[in-house]
Design a protein around this ligand. Structure first.
Ligand SMILES: C[S@@+](CC[C@H](N)C(=O)[O-])C[C@H]1O[C@@H](n2cnc3c(N)ncnc32)[C@H](O)[C@@H]1O
Length: 160
């Protein structure tokens, strides 16, 4: 199963981007042994519409356009479900075993994700109930993807 990240907003060169790249490189190298392949990060430009609801709707339309055909969609959102790393790894492994071809994990912009888009997603997942800046969300997601493949492959990185 290919896993891609779609993010509203761009990550500038700097320590956050370096850390994201480090974990995504590790994920890309370790994933295939567990049947998980890293697709890409698609960065989308934030809408400049004058009100937040319109911005979120326009961003949701861009997100839909950036998706492959019929993906499983995880919306990252502070109001979503709280899972531990083992549960996240199991979810990835189960969908891979069922033959799902593509999964996308979506990070919103400064306004967050459009509520209708969140309702349409297969899963709303949080990384804790606090609000994090999108740069930190990308770092945490990249690390959890790498951690998930180490859990699925029994690598000692994840010491439960
Ligand atoms: C700065 S936050 C936007 C917060 C926005 N005010 C809201 O109500 O969603 C940017 C994006 O980071 C992600 N994010 C921030 N905190 C998160 C958390 N605790 N769990 C999961 N995703 C989070 C979400 O995708 C969010 O759309």
């Amino acid at each position: 199963m290919r896993i891609g990240i779609i993010a509203v907003g761009r990550l500038k060169a700097g320590p956050e981007k370096d850390l994201v790249s480090r974990y995504l490189d590790r994920f890309a190298k370790a994933g295939p042994a567990s049947g998980l392949e890293f697709a890409r990060v698609s960065e989308l430009t934030e809408s400049r519409a004058s009100n937040a609801a319109t911005r979120k709707r326009e961003e949701a339309a861009q997100i839909e356009k950036a998706m492959p055909d019929n993906p499983l969609v995880i919306a990252l959102d502070e109001r979503g479900k709280s899972w531990d790393s083992q549960e996240f790894a199991t979810y990835l492994g189960d969908h891979k075993d069922r033959g799902r071809r593509d999964m996308v994990i979506v990070i919103g912009g400064a306004d967050g994700l459009d509520p209708d888009f969140r309702d349409r997603a297969d899963l709303n997942l949080n990384l804790g109930r606090m609000t994090w800046p999108h740069q930190m969300v990308r770092i945490m997601l990249a690390e959890q993807l790498y951690r998930a493949v180490t859990i699925l492959s029994g690598h000692p990185y994840h010491r439960s």
